[in-house]
Ligand binder design. Sequence first.
Ligand code: NDP
Length: 461
Amino acid sequence: MLAAVSDPDGREVLDPATGEVVGRVAFGSAEDVDRAVATARAAQRAWAARADSERIDLLLRAADAIDAAAEPLAELLSREQGKPLNGPNARFEVGACSAWLRATAATELPVETVVDDGDIHAELHYRPVGVVGAIGPWNWPMMITIWQVAPVLRMGNTVVVKPSEHTPLSVLALLEVLNGVLPADVLIGVAGEGDVGARLSSHAGVDKVMFTGSTRTGQAIIKSSADTVKRLTLELGGNDAGIVLPDVDPKAIAEGLFWGAFINTGQTCAALKRLYVHTDVYDEVCAALTEVAKAMPMGRGLDEQNVLGPLQNRAQYEIVARLVEAARDSGATILTGGDPDPDAPGHFYPTTLVADIDDQNPLVAEEQFGPALPIIRYDDLDQAVAMANRLDVGLGASVWSSDRDAARAVVARLEAGTVWINAHGGVHPMIPFGGHKKSGYGLEFGAEGLKAVAVPQVING
Ligand code: NDP
């Protein structure tokens, strides 16, 4: 499978755990984007003209094809992205790809009758938008590609996918599996750097862009898509807060808190990145979390015992290291971690918990996007809510309490697209997902996700 996407003259892609070459990939040019868009456009009408049941059947067959190739896909993903095979990582991600395809195939989007009063009969239909550009990140490269392309294809659109320059092999291998089932030219990948994404987002032949990545790049896409008035779904960065109320059992919530923050070694848009803990339980929560964190093995992804891996790239490692050092310099307490081995191969940064830290500290205010969690003490709930809401992003948030009503009262005050109670970061193919503030706009998943890759058309008469 990899042979078909590996180009001997292409750019080296390195294993973030070892520095070894995983494969080589040809990076596309602006002309490659133009050709891909023209090809996708030529295929779109015939794809849209197929019965919905046919597209559903093809998505289900694509899910089966992923399942059949699951192990080699997971191994490639583990080597290229760094995430371990086990834990909520590579095998989990590949499994999510087929699960998402099946759920997208099963989602209903019936025609809505909006007025039917004897005089007027008006219905709302959803038509294909046309050609979609799907621009993705390096943290969950396969799963996010499926999040983007599954609803796009289901609704009768064709799609050009631009994977991150850091994880192109995983995405191209996934597309190859899907294209073993799908008709030609409805799903096309063009690897490359930001210029390929920029070309897609300004292209006159692209009707909509689905983007997951940083707020900064999302803003660039908004600007470059303005001339063509493209529709956009933007899933941008976050800096999710969790608030722990004084009534929790610290030991009972410690593992949930840990995975909320450290899933994919913290490289997750909707991971818990700032934890606000009431002073009554602060020391116990810190102790319980530290115990869980110390027990989680980190190492090369292909080693079956590991559940945490390296940072995917050096730039992200440097961000995490800089922010932890800023916290240390400010006098915060490093409960565990914070001491990377400068001579070790790969971009490994140890699991790091930081206590006694001020809310203004850069480790709290900036998205670290890695295995470091600041734990901030509070004694007044209003103060905790104000701190949680003070940033200009709002993807997710969580409230932890043994009293569901008390938790829900806090939820209503939080500025975030999703708020979990006694959990953080779980997503589901039928539950809409999207951000608040600079975390982006537009919903993914479920019927709302199908609507987002379609154009509403009213039939009046
Ligand atoms: P980016 O937002 O830069 O990259 C995401 C995707 O956009 C990549 O495919 C990238 O290509 C592409 N891209 C870059 N520039 C443009 C452009 N002008 N127009 C269109 N597409 C473009 O994220 P980074 O990988 O640089 O990560 C930076 C930060 O973003 C991280 O530190 C983290 O905080 C956050 N992030 C958030 C993610 C999320 O899930 N919301 C995922 C990943 C990162 P290329 O890779 O070639 O640069």
